[in-house]
Ligand binder design. Structure first.
Ligand code: ZN
Length: 292
């Protein structure tokens, strides 16, 4: 039994923000290799309008393929009821909804206020058909709005906890620092207890691992990360996307905490990623330094 649970979000968060399109066949091979390395949960795509994000147009096919992999929890993102219905139809085990705590981000990302978005997720929970995670995004700050009041984050998390199977906090734009992480996770945990499950950090300013460790120290055991820190941010040149899976696994394993993930096999999966989109920048210290 793993002591730390890692969900690979590269095929969704990474590829959605990457400059290069990964062909569907390569996505399938990559997801297979990630699962073979020991990842038991993978966010394989998002059910957003294909016109808006062409890189996610094949998500239904990728979900159906991933369902054939044994012992893999197949996760997809959906921004609304329509996306949720498509996810359930494809057979996703779990659907994640981004609910932005920043008013400006919410309106530009999903064209809804945070309150309207909470209601949208509530409707999906009532429909049923998949496990539901409400992820409070921009929980640590926002590129559009700047500071995000912590009270707003707590309020949204409390609302989501009423009907979601799990709630996560996401540092969508890489503004968080470790003290802030400890403070906000502790505040939300006090309100919703074990419903608070996941931490989603971006490594935009290099604090991804520090923030993950801070969250671990206040009891978080579920982390999102992406292989090679894939994705990046168009507004921060040279910045990687999510906290890097390879380095996150190394950190926990070197601390004696089992993740269930085999690093050598993870490097093999990285090779598939790099070969599929060779011009896309990938990051990570552990794959370059190799194992001690
Ligand atoms: Zn993200």
């Amino acid at each position: 039994m793993s002591q730390v649970h890692i969900c690979e979000v590269g095929p969704r968060d990474g590829l959605q923000n990457a400059k290069h399109m990964m062909p569907t066949a390569a996505k399938k091979a990559w997801i297979g290799a990630l699962a073979a390395a020991g990842l038991e949960e993978i966010e394989v795509g998002s059910f957003v309008p294909p016109k808006l994000i062409p890189a996610m147009a094949d998500t239904a096919e990728v979900v159906r393929h991933s369902l054939k992999i044994q012992n893999l929890k197949v996760v997809a993102l959906a921004p609304n009821v329509k996306g949720f219905q498509r996810a359930v139809e494809a057979g996703a085990h779990k659907v994640t909804f981004p609910v932005s705590a920043s008013r400006k981000h919410s309106e530009s990302n999903v064209r809804m206020t945070p309150e309207q978005m909470v209601e949208e997720v509530r409707k999906c929970a009532q429909l049923g058909g998949a496990e539901i995670e409400g992820a409070v995004s921009t929980a640590f700050g926002c590129t559009m709005q700047g500071a995000v009041p912590e009270d707003d984050v707590v309020k949204i998390a409390v609302s989501l906890a009423q009907f979601c199977d799990a709630v996560a906090l996401a540092d969508t734009v890489g503004y968080a620092n470790p003290l802030q992480v400890k403070r906000i996770f502790s505040r939300v945990k006090k309100e919703i207890g074990d419903k608070l499950e996941g931490a989603h950090f971006h490594n935009t300013r290099g604090l991804g691992l520090a923030n993950a460790l801070a969250a671990y120290e206040v009891g978080v055991r579920n982390f999102d990360s992406s292989m090679g820190g894939l994705g990046g941010c168009p507004f921060a040149p040279g910045a990687s996307g999510n906290v890097i899976t390879e380095d996150l696994v190394f950190m926990f394993e070197s601390m004696g905490l089992s993740t269930g993930i085999d690093l050598e096999k993870l490097f093999a999966a990285r090779k598939i990623l790099v070969e599929a989109i060779p011009e896309e920048p990938v990051y990570g210290h552990t794959p370059l330094a190799c194992l001690p």
